[in-house]
Design a protein around this ligand. Structure first.
Ligand code: AKG
Length: 246
């Protein structure tokens, strides 16, 4: 379902913007749901805040936190991009809300878990990939994701903390867009100098041979598993467990 030009962009640049992929009513529901979860976790005092002054927040394990998220993570075009990068049996590694509150600094360029822990040279083929869901317009001011085109081919190097790389581009786009990022490219959220939160989702995937960032099968409820489609079961890793059906 990816065009040849989309595949070429992923190969050459290491990222691909799927502009206005998600209908506006779904984008709005996802945004409301994401902010409600972020507020509820703050209220419960078990929220994951990070960056200076706790100016960013993650909400983890979205597959277990609302049917709208179960459906979202099965978005066909996004999954086609993941299948192109990671194989048709790729697995969900984690699915999170990422909110950058006003004043959040740039998170810093990085490559994704677990690539930075691997010996070099790192593999030249993708092992993990992220989908960054824009639930607001992504702008130069509110923290649009920075990417260094082609950096997935730097198999030995890593971005240095605090350094501003002149070849980094901020990827801006309208709400409802989904940015596909090869986890090996140097990327990260930028600073939010607006007065509004920048609300996004991160659907992070890995090859089925890797251990996901979150133990999906331990974290999802029986209710989610019992209504899961074959696609969702596969994403949660039910098909990647050897000898389970013997
Ligand atoms: O939220 C963003 O703009 C990017 C997040 C990111 O880089 C990551 O989680 O690895």
């Amino acid at each position: 379902m990816l065009t040849e030009s989309e595949k070429a962009q992923l190969d050459q640049h290491g990222f691909l913007l799927l502009e206005s992929l998600i209908p506006s009513n779904i984008t709005e529901q996802l945004r409301e749901g994401a902010l409600a979860l972020a507020a509820a976790e703050q209220e419960a005092g078990k929220n994951h805040r990070y960056l200076a002054n706790d100016s960013a927040q993650r909400v983890w394990n979205l597959v277990n936190k609302g049917e709208i998220f179960e459906e979202a993570i099965q978005q066909p075009k996004m999954l086609a991009a993941m299948a192109y990068l990671l194989g048709v049996d790729c697995t969900l590694s984690s699915f999170t809300v990422n909110v950058l509150y006003p004043g959040a600094p740039a998170a810093g360029l990085h490559i994704d878990y677990p690539l930075s822990a691997l010996p070099t040279p790192r593999p030249s083929f993708p092992l993990v990939a992220n989908s960054v869901w824009f639930l607001d317009d992504w702008t130069l001011e509110n923290g649009a994701t920075s990417c260094v085109p082609g950096s997935h081919r730097r198999l030995e190097a890593l971005p240095e903390p605090g350094v501003e790389y002149s070849d980094a581009l901020q990827i801006c786009g309208p709400r409802g867009s989904v940015l596909i990022v090869n986890g090996a490219i140097w990327h990260g959220s930028s600073k939010n100098i607006t007065n509004e939160p920048r609300v996004g989702l991160l659907g992070f995937f890995c090859r089925s041979i890797l251990k996901p960032q979150q133990a999906q099968l331990k974290l999802v409820s029986d209710a989610v598993l019992s209504r899961a489609t074959p696609t969702l079961k596969r994403l949660l890793g039910l098909d990647s467990l050897p000898n389970m059906n013997a």
